[in-house]
Write a protein that binds this ligand. Structure first.
Ligand SMILES: Cc1ncc(COP(=O)(O)O)c(C=O)c1O
Length: 342
């Protein structure tokens, strides 16, 4: 039994999902006549109560498209120091948009409205980059799957309105936050100018992300997606997986969250572990006491038991639960951890 907990992106399509893909009606989405892609885009836009949406091959491309549309070269966006758009999109903000990031020293990837306000450069002070965009991430990846307080998001929305800034949400794992916090997706649609969501993480699709926003934004996004090479042809096969996942894989995220909490409880009892970050969704970040065991040794011991987890740098390790992590694997993993702690 191989147990891969490095990310929730490692999942394979379930038999039901594969069947939906095999039966998909497809066209050519570059000509915008693929019925499955059109249906997915309509479904996701409705889910958030927004006007329109666009299917993308990746979350990175969806985020980068939004950033391109809201900024001009030389501008600055505000994000937390842990943000995916800053840390893990290959420097795309500067490569694609000629934009810099004002990094906020937030808590587990989350900033306060006050911190955002203080990070805005005065628009008439032409020596500084012009602040034009705020990017939020919910749940936070590097912050350990933390969920934002919706009231703080609303306060940041006010700061954006008052300062003429656009407001984008990187919602790669927004599904997890919605389930964990029992929130209404339409509240998010109401608040943000755009939201990117990933189908290929907790929802278990092989590929795909969706950018949601106003009709005008999505019309413009189509052009940027084209420039970035993101136009796909019979992508209805992939969109059908997305539709299946939206219908079948959202509510079950609770199971992933529950398993993550149970893993966290066992980790907390291990003498070689210094700290376990609070666990709200499917991501567990913890720090080893390196005087007792090095990260390399800990990873190697798990590997001997066919279990893979991943290092995050600075002595931190990450575990992510997901659709393909079964109850049987879970029991075995907890047993291995208990053995390791002896
Ligand atoms: C928070 C967050 N945003 C965006 C992405 C980018 O998604 P993709 O890998 O599809 O480009 C990821 C991927 O892990 C992510 O964790």
């Amino acid at each position: 039994m191989e147990i891969n907990l490095i990310s929730d992106t490692v999942t394979r399509p379930t038999p039901g999902m594969l069947e939906a893909m095999m039966n998909a009606k497809v066209g050519d989405d570059v000509f915008k006549n693929d019925p499955s892609v059109n249906a997915l885009e309509e479904k996701v836009a409705n889910y958030f109560g927004m006007e329109a949406s666009l299917f993308f091959p990746s979350g990175t491309m969806a985020n980068q498209t939004a950033i391109k549309l809201y900024t001009n070269p030389g501008d600055q966006l505000i994000c937390d120091k842990y943000a995916h758009v800053y840390n893990y999109e290959g420097g795309g903000v500067s490569f694609n948009s000629g934009v810099s990031c004002k990094l906020v020293d937030g808590n587990r990837g989350m900033m306060t409205a006050e911190q955002v306000e203080q990070s805005i450069n005065p628009p008439d002070f032409y020596h500084s980059p012009l602040t034009s965009l705020v990017c939020i991430e919910n749940t936070t990846n590097k912050g350990g799957g933390a969920c934002w307080d919706f009231d703080e998001l609303k306060k940041i929305g006010k700061v954006c309105d008052n300062n003429n800034l656009k407001y984008h949400l990187d919602g790669a794992r927004l599904w997890n936050a919605l389930v964990a916090q029992q929130e209404n997706p339409k509240d998010y649609g109401n608040l943000f100018d755009s939201i990117s969501v990933c189908l290929s993480k907790g929802l278990g699709c092989p590929v795909g992300s969706v950018l949601v926003g106003s009709q005008e934004l999505i019309d413009d996004a189509l052009r940027v997606r084209k420039v970035l090479g993101g136009g796909m042809r019979q992508s209805g096969f992939l969109a059908a997986a997305g539709i299946y996942a939206l219908d079948n894989h959202i509510d079950r995220l609770d199971e992933d969250h529950q398993k993550a909490k149970e893993i966290g409880e066992v980790l907390k009892g291990m003498r070689c572990i210094q700290k376990v970050e609070p666990i709200e969704t499917n991501i567990i970040i913890f720090k080893l006491d390196e005087s007792k065991i090095s990260s390399e040794n800990f990873l190697a011991k798990l590997k001997e038991n066919n279990i893979s987890i991943i290092g995050m740098g600075q002595g931190k390790l990450r575990i992510v639960t997901h659709l393909d992590y079964t109850q049987e694997m879970h029991s075995y993993f907890l047993e291995v951890l208990r053995e390791l702690s002896k």
